[in-house]
Design a protein around this ligand. Structure first.
Ligand SMILES: [Fe+2]
Ligand SMILES: [Fe+2]
Length: 308
């Protein structure tokens, strides 16, 4: 009973915070502004710019803008399946803890708004950059693959994502004064609502974990690895697409060898952004390792080393 009361209090504090920080796309973020392509979008520490050699300032800015657009699109992509899972989990609170239900309903509402925000951002960046950018990943197709895995595995991936998104904002986007103000604002407001999501992911993951058998959990560990591998497949395709776009628009001839090196650097940056920064997040590790065995942890670590 005491445990239940503590849980309800955690859900309640998420509801309070969600009400306090609630924002509107046009009124609070966009405010009639457009992107100014004289500024970078994604910070150097996230875009891995130090790996790219021979970039002049124009090329460095273009690289940051391409990665920034892909960054917004990647969040729009993952938030589709995250929202589906949150709606599904809410059924466990339809009757019973109405505070927990409200927390998940708000979570879902926020992710729908975030997806709309990221679609707007993609469109607005598209109006200022040269044509030809591609992000050919269908959020519904990805959601159907992800949601085919167990809830345990999907919640592991979701907590991972929602923790790294906060880490990127706090450590890299917020302190960087070279970035577009509008882009910084997008991720400031996104971070404000994501902070509650990560708490709810953890509550739901541990609640769900208590209902699974040891063999279900063991299978779910493998499914989590399969999901990370699926993300890696998306990153490989996007690294290739973004390289083609960069080479076509950087304003000089890029030979085959340099193109290959640019693509390898894009992929390394994306793997850090969407796989390793989350997998190495201290709180993600703390929650994950409290749920799994040493052997399962080693399986995950071994799999992660293949995405280098
Ligand atoms: Fe979000
Ligand atoms: Fe979220």
């Amino acid at each position: 009973m005491i445990d239940m009361a503590i849980q309800t209090e955690k859900y309640a504090s998420c509801v309070d915070a969600s009400k306090r920080v609630r924002w509107d796309i046009d009124r609070d973020i966009l405010r009639g502004r457009d992107f100014d392509m004289g500024h970078k979008l994604l910070p150097d520490s996230i875009s891995g710019i130090q790996r790219f050699e021979f970039l002049d300032p124009h090329e460095a800015r273009l690289l940051s803008q391409i990665q920034g657009r892909t960054y917004a699109n990647m969040f729009g992509l993952v938030e589709r399946f995250i929202n589906c899972k949150v709606l599904e989990l809410s059924q466990h609170h339809w009757t019973g803890d109405q505070v927990a239900l409200e927390a998940l309903v708000r979570f879902s509402d926020e992710e729908l708004k975030h997806q709309a925000l990221f679609r707007r951002i993609d469109e607005m960046i598209g109006e200022t950059l040269p044509p030809g950018y591609r992000f050919d990943v269908d959020p519904d197709a990805v959601a159907s693959v992800v949601l085919g895995k167990s809830t345990w595995a999907v919640l592991a991936l979701t907590l991972d994502i929602e923790l790294f998104s906060q880490l990127h904002y706090r450590q890299s986007i917020d302190p960087d004064d070279q970035l577009s103000e509008l882009f910084k604002n997008v991720f400031l407001y996104h971070w404000k609502e994501e902070s509650q999501h990560a708490i709810l992911d953890e509550l739901e993951w541990t609640r769900h974990d208590a209902t699974v058998t040891a063999s279900d959990r063991d299978k779910a560990v493998d499914e989590f690895i399969e999901l990370v591998a699926a993300i890696d497949g998306i990153l490989q395709a996007q690294a290739a697409a973004d390289t083609r776009y960069f080479v076509a628009n950087c304003g000089r001839a890029v030979d085959g060898a340099e193109t290959l090196s640019v693509e390898a650097n894009f992929l390394e940056a994306y793997r850090w952004q969407y796989i390793h920064s989350g997998a190495r997040h201290p709180h993600f590790g703390k929650v994950l390792y409290s749920l799994i065995s040493e052997d399962q942890g080693m399986r995950i670590q071994a799999a992660l080393t293949t995405f280098q």
